[in-house]
Ligand binder design. Structure first.
Ligand SMILES: Nc1ncnc2c1ncn2[C@@H]1O[C@H](COP(=O)(O)OP(=O)(O)OP(=O)(O)O)[C@@H](O)[C@H]1O
Ligand SMILES: [Mg+2]
Length: 276
């Protein structure tokens, strides 16, 4: 069983440190297999340590589940990766060379790390297709009107994403009348339009029906390999259905990492979280 404390991999020990390159999307050095490094990261809010010397390593293309009690620091961890919150200490790297602490939120998103918040934020008055179209254009950096013509390649990409999120037949539906689950999938689709290398997904199945939860599991599983996905969720049945490696956070640190079975049978995890 992979035990508490430090993962074996340690960026400082293994690799040259401090060679930052200009960030070009899709040009992230994952030659060591790791796409995200967080090392000894601490964040305090008024003296309270939301993250406490946290170290976490995400492999390129993996689907990682992050669980832990309320207040464990899961959302704060995502805030640090995406640049919304600055760490007080420690390092946060995208691949070998991109120091995320040197970049602002927009640059981090541009570099290929995107985030899905809990509440879906689709444009209700636009169709499913138009929502996807808009995120494609937003990615181009300039504000292009919705009526600018799409080229063939862009249309193909929208079709491809519609297929991935299972909403091809709903392409002309107004987003405002979609079910909660469909809105969540559409928003995942909107993120996919930007072809992110890393997707951070916070509590995706809250408020969903059982069928919607199953469909979300399939969707997230289908993304691994092509994208690295970090999923935070409290729904343990859902986590089990997608889990490969699970990281348990507690009081701002990694309590343990392992398979779902290892995690669910760990006395410490039962005590601080599952036994609640
Ligand atoms: N901006 C902030 N200002 C002050 N305290 C904060 C802030 N953001 C988070 N915290 C505190 O940091 C701790 C970690 O919060 P965080 O939201 O990361 O937990 P979480 O693991 O996502 O919990 P949950 O499962 O409830 O979503 C909590 O005690 C929270 O109150
Ligand atoms: Mg949270």
């Amino acid at each position: 069983m992979s035990n508490t404390t430090k993962p074996l991999l340690n960026r400082y020990q293994t690799f040259n440190f401090g060679h930052t390159h200009p960030v070009i999307k899709g040009n992230v050095d994952v030659s060591h297999g790791t796409v995200l490094y967080m090392e000894d990261v601490s964040v305090s809010f008024d003296g309270f340590k939301a993250l406490n010397n946290l170290s976490l390593y995400i492999n390129d293309g993996e689907l990682r589940c992050l669980i832990g009690p309320n207040g464990a620091g899961k959302t704060t961890l995502m805030d640090v990766i995406t640049g919304k919150t600055k760490a007080d200490s420690g390092s946060v790297y995208f691949g070998q060379t991109i120091d995320l602490q040197q970049l602002d939120e927009a640059a981090i998103a541009q570099a290929g790390i995107c985030r899905k918040f809990q509440k879906p934020s689709v444009f209700e008055k636009l169709t499913v297709f138009e929502n996807l179209e808009l995120s494609l254009k937003a990615d181009k950096g300039a504000w292009v009107t919705l009526f600018a013509t799409l080229n063939g390649e862009q249309r193909d990409r929208i079709d491809e994403v519609l297929e991935i999120i299972g909403m091809t037949s709903l392409r002309f539906q107004l987003a405002g009348i979609l079910s909660h689950g469909q809105k969540q999938w559409l928003e995942i689709g909107m993120l996919l339009m930007q072809d992110p290398q890393v997707m951070l997904v916070d509590e995706p199945v809250a408020g969903m029906t059982h069928q919607e939860i199953d469909r979300t599991a399939e969707l997230l599983l289908s993304l691994q390999g092509k994208h690295s996905v970090v999923v935070v969720e409290h729904d343990m049945a859902f986590v089990r259905s997608i889990a490969n490696k699970v990281t348990v956070l507690h009081e701002g640190s990694v309590l343990m990492e392992g398979t779902m079975d290892e995690v669910q049978n760990d006395p410490r995890v039962i005590q601080v979280y599952l036994g609640e």
